[in-house]
Design a protein around this ligand. Structure first.
Ligand code: FPP
Ligand code: MG
Ligand code: MG
Length: 378
């Protein structure tokens, strides 16, 4: 069931691909050991927004045919479809290899959720007991590892070294993002990202000499890119490569920057919902981030208005009453509104990124997705 108006299920153009994606995915994660199959399929069987495949298929539809290698890719796809007498639809909109890519990306995402729920001690996810609550930590970790292995094998079967490298890099960046979030890394190298620099400058304008605040924001934005947006960006770059744009860096860059900006908007909304979302709709408890000691965008904005929050942030809200005080502070400042504004800025920049794409229904879909991300309630 979809509680949000934003994701009322896939648009008609995407629906057949989502169905094929889902059907194949369950088989691809199955093991000869029933326990492992239960583990890997556990989150996949639960209702979800299917954000990543949705975005990938729209980008495929919006870019297939634009690249110089398109005819090569199409012939390869037709040949292998004949070879395998594959069931399901064969369409030039979304190639079978691109459906497989979406499955590999979803497996990586689900693997990261399995490990994340161990790390975060999560009791629930998507409204039901989390995998560690249902299967225990040890089995959950192994389930995630198995999914990663299957994802890599599937990615390798697509026979593009560039895609294999992008998919592998996405995994590495997820791990780095998670480690950065845990506070284990002191300071991360700058990505030299122009949009990030502009955002930081804008946010810190009113606090020019506060180097501590600057570091908190820098780390937060970088961590947000690494734990969420990089997977979006790498997935979309891979999708356009599989569609034959390898010789043409332009469409690759368009896909990467759309993915990155949409991903950051998506995570900002996630961090906002941790404060103002409905736990019933979210399927997980409220204020989870504060309870984990994490200062996300709402807290950083609140910090700019209320300096009393600083010691709480620095001690990761670990004293009794810290979480409640921080919640109160976030609610009584403009923090939540400013977080939404920042998400809106990234969504707008995502729309800008794809403006060079030729007009298509799928391009409209990608534009709409940036709005849907801002309206999401879970
Ligand atoms: C959810 O965030 C978690 C992530 C976005 C990434 C987690 C990454 C790892 C655990 C590194 C290992 C990666 C792999 C591929 C095995 P959250 O905890 O903020 O959100 P939640 O509310 O959905 O739990
Ligand atoms: Mg978590
Ligand atoms: Mg986490």
């Amino acid at each position: 069931t979809h509680s949000s108006k934003a994701f009322t299920g896939p648009s008609p153009e995407i629906a057949p691909f989502i169905m094929q994606f889902q059907k194949g995915l369950l088989g691809q994660v199955a093991s000869s050991l029933p326990l492992l199959t239960q583990l890997t399929q556990y989150y996949i069987r639960q209702p979800s927004k299917r954000m990543r495949p949705h975005m990938i298929f729209l980008m495929c539809q919006a870019t297939n045919g634009l690249g110089s290698d398109w005819h090569v890719k199409l012939l390869e796809a037709q040949a292998s479809a004949l070879d395998s007498q594959s069931e399901g639809v064969f369409s030039e909109d979304v190639l079978p290899s691109q459906i497989n890519l979406a499955q590999a990306i979803e497996m990586i995402h689900v693997a990261s959720l399995l490990h994340d729920d161990v790390i975060d001690n999560a009791e629930t996810r998507r409204g039901t007991p989390s995998a560690p609550a249902a299967f225990g930590n040890n089995h959950t970790i192994l389930g995630g590892d198995f999914l990663l292995g299957r994802a890599m094998a599937l990615a390798a079967s697509l026979r593009s070294p560039e895609v294999m490298i992008l998919v592998s890099q996405a995994v590495c960046t997820l791990v780095e993002g998670e480690l950065l979030q845990s506070g284990a890394i002191d300071k991360l190298q700058s990505r030299g990202n122009a949009l990030e620099a502009m955002v930081l400058q804008r946010i810190l304008q009113t606090h020019p000499d506060d180097t501590e605040l600057a570091k908190l924001w820098e780390d937060y934005l970088r961590k947000t890119y690494m734990k969420t947006a990089s997977l979006f960006a790498h997935a979309l770059q891979s999708a356009v490569i599989l569609g034959g744009v390898n010789g043409d860096q332009r469409w690759r860059a368009v896909a990467a920057s759309y993915g990155e900006r949409l991903g950051i908007a998506f995570q900002l909304m996630d961090d906002l919902l941790d404060f103002e979302g409905d736990p019933d709709k979210l399927g997980k408890p409220a204020n989870a981030d504060l309870n984990l000691g994490l200062a996300t965008a709402p807290v950083l904005f609140a910090l700019q208005e209320d300096h009393d929050l600083r010691p709480l942030v620095l001690r990761r809200f670990k004293h009794a009453g810290d979480v409640e005080e921080a919640v109160e502070c976030v609610r009584s400042t403009r923090a939540l509104a400013r977080t939404r504004e920042l998400a809106e800025l990234y969504a707008e920049k995502a729309r800008e990124a794809i403006s060079p794409l030729p007009h298509s229904v799928a391009k409209d879909g990608l534009m709409h997705l940036t709005a849907a991300v801002l309206m999401r309630q879970n």
